[in-house]
Design a protein around this ligand. Structure first.
Ligand code: NAG
Ligand code: NAG
Ligand code: NAG
Ligand code: NAG
Ligand code: NAG
Ligand code: NAG
Ligand code: NAG
Length: 266
């Protein structure tokens, strides 16, 4: 069931030199934090060890990862004052249970602060959770960079029909996720492609986005598939504000009350 994965950075705002470095860095960090993609932003400021920012960051992340009140997988916390204020967002995939979510975010916290030891802004993507922080306000903002993608190297057999069925599934999931509430904007479901092959998909936004921003984020992420991962039987695109994934096997917990009605198979 474990697919062979290729990966890379989809897009960067920086020039190509910085993007190249970011790419190498991500490959390096993938080696030290398996199954995670990490981006440390070197252009948004550094903090020094034991500074107030550092202490605030540690306090914030330990508060976030030990919170047992939140049971919907979305954490938007701040800590500190003025220029030492830190803002963080933690998001777990919509089907991940609270205990597993906390544990994923706790691992993410350790991996991220180890790999980005002095950047004020950083992000980690993992299959089951995403963690990011910054000294600027990041709540309620649609953000598409830094993004990442991964794909299964195997090609679909009937690419034309596969793409039709896939885009139909993604369109339905996007509508369901975007119309979620301020606690959860997630949808997962499957549909039958050709040759009795099933496509399983899941899409999600941070629920602090408006319905429209969630929709825009997901549509943009889906639009990257032909470029990054066209014709592949599985792929993921992650952005700070949303993520999408599809596979030819079930990768999320079922049954889920967040699933839409089975998608028609064109
Ligand atoms: C953290 O790093 C460990 C060791 O590389 C890895 O096994 C784990 O998947 C990572 N977890 C997260 C959430 O980054
Ligand atoms: C964040 O830190 C950077 C670099 O130290 C600084 O230029 C920027 O003004 C800070 N942002 C806020 C909102 O404090
Ligand atoms: C922050 O530190 C990194 C290395 O850790 C360095 O490459 C970068 O230039 C520094 N950024 C600033 C704004 O000082
Ligand atoms: C998938 O298709 C591409 C382009 O047609 C080809 O280069 C690649 O070798 C194929 N991959 C596999 C695993 O068959
Ligand atoms: C944090 O998220 C919750 C749930 O989406 C929302 O109600 C609240 O306004 C958010 N808080 C901030 C500071 O954005
Ligand atoms: C698809 O599955 C059904 C029932 O599982 C079977 O009857 C049918 O022959 C299969 N079709 C193909 C093309 O494999
Ligand atoms: C998914 O696709 C791969 C490669 O084509 C295939 O080996 C595997 O059996 C498929 N998995 C399922 C559950 O159909």
């Amino acid at each position: 069931m474990i697919p062979t994965i290729m990966a890379g950075v989809v897009s960067c705002k920086q020039n190509s030199f910085v993007c190249g470095l970011l790419f190498l860095f991500m490959i390096t960090s993938q080696a030290s934090a398996q199954n995670s993609f990490v981006s440390c932003d070197n252009n948004k400021g550094n903090y020094t060890a034991d500074s107030t920012y550092h202490t605030n960051l540690n306090t914030l992340l330990s508060t976030l990862t030990s919170n047992t009140q939140i049971d919907y997988g979305f954490y938007n916390f701040s800590y500190g004052q003025n220029s030492d204020k830190v803002n963080a967002i933690g998001l777990c995939r919509g089907d991940v249970e609270p205990d597993e979510c906390r544990s994923c975010l706790n691992d993410a916290r350790h991996n991220l602060t180890q790999l980005c030891p002095n950047q004020k802004e950083a992000i980690l993507y993992h299959e089951k959770c995403m963690l990011r922080y910054s000294n600027r306000s990041i709540f309620g903002l649609l953000e598409i960079n830094p993004s990442y993608y991964m794909f299964n190297i195997n090609n679909a057999t009937d690419v034309y029909r596969f793409n039709q069925v896939l885009s139909n599934l993604m369109r339905i999931l996007t509508g369901v996720a975007a119309s979620g509430d301020s606690r959860r904007k997630y949808a997962a479901g499957n549909t039958v492609a050709s040759n009795n092959q099933t496509i399983y998909g899941a899409v999600q936004c941070t629920p602090d986005l408006t319905q429209q921003d969630c929709y825009l984020c997901l549509v943009g992420a889906i639009a990257e598939i032909p470029t990054c991962c066209g014709g592949k039987i599985g792929a993921r695109v992650g952005r700070p504000s949303c993520n999408i994934r599809y596979e030819n096997y079930s990768f999320y917990q079922e049954p889920t009350v967040y699933a839409p009605a089975p998608a028609p198979s064109l």
